[in-house]
Design a protein around this ligand. Structure first.
Ligand code: SAH
Length: 227
């Protein structure tokens, strides 16, 4: 799964035996290096992500890996580094009036975690690809909300409140949806910006690089996750 055209276009170009499926977003079934896959471009934001996750499972997906870009939040991370999510929170969920901590969706757990085996497989694959190229690859908390973060104060708040490593707009929605659908999931985010006043300039400039790295990862995962 990816949200934007740049996050899926090169993976789509490498698919064989492509079949277009009906759905709320672009949904394809095909083969990547011989492995049966479903590819979704879910669109931006939490609701689109949940719809796409459901459609992917109906189309036969038995696990879901999101690859895309995000804003850097943790100190020491910079554009080009990678966060693989080991904890997911919806930073825009607010039921504090009823005593819940900020970021908790009523009736849901305080945070979601990925499937440990899938996480380990994906983390190893990203490290193998990206560390030799000089990028840091870390496991960390990914916070998601229907907001493009482009303000240093907001980044500082996300860091202080959630100990977040990266901020984006889909990961924690996939986490919630996958939990309800009963499928393992993992999220890989290449950092495209720092969520600050430069974010709206840095983000588009980085998308092409992210597209190539997402494709490389998809090929490695197609080999190691072959069923
Ligand atoms: N107007 C832009 C909107 C991009 S939204 C466009 O149409 O292209 C940003 C996308 O990249 C989302 O899918 C989100 O998950 C991710 N992202 C990257 N940097 C982000 C940031 N600083 N804050 C929130 N999401 C970010």
């Amino acid at each position: 799964m990816g949200a934007m055209e740049d996050e899926v276009r090169l993976i789509r170009a490498d698919l064989d035996e492509v079949e277009e499926l009906d759905g709320s977003c672009e949904l394809l079934r095909g083969r990547l290096d011989g492995t049966a896959v479903v590819l979704a471009q879910c669109g931006i934001g939490k609701v689109n992500t949940a719809l796409a996750a459901s459609a992917m499972v109906q189309a036969g997906a038995t696990s879901i890996v999101f690859t895309g870009v995000a804003g850097a939040v943790a100190a020491g991370l910079k554009i080009g580094d990678v966060v693989v999510g080991n904890r997911f929170i919806q930073h825009d969920a607010d039921d504090t009036a009823f005593g819940h901590p900020i970021g908790v969706v009523p009736g849901e757990p305080p945070f979601w975690e990925p499937d440990p085996d899938l996480f380990a497989t994906v983390f190893d694959a990203v490290r193998t690809l990206d560390e030799p190229r000089g990028h840091r690859v870390v496991a960390g908390t990914i916070v998601s909300g229907d907001q493009f973060i482009a303000q240093a104060e907001k980044v500082a708040w996300l860091r202080a409140t959630f100990e977040a490593s990266a901020v984006e707009m889909e990961g924690a929605a996939l986490a919630q949806a996958a939990h309800h659908l009963g499928v393992p999931f993992a999220v890989v985010r290449i950092l495209s910006d720092s969520g600050d006043g430069d974010a709206a300039v840095d983000f588009p400039a980085f998308l092409n690089d992210a597209a190539h790295r997402g494709r490389d990862l998809a090929h490695v995962l197609a080999r190691v996750l072959r069923v």
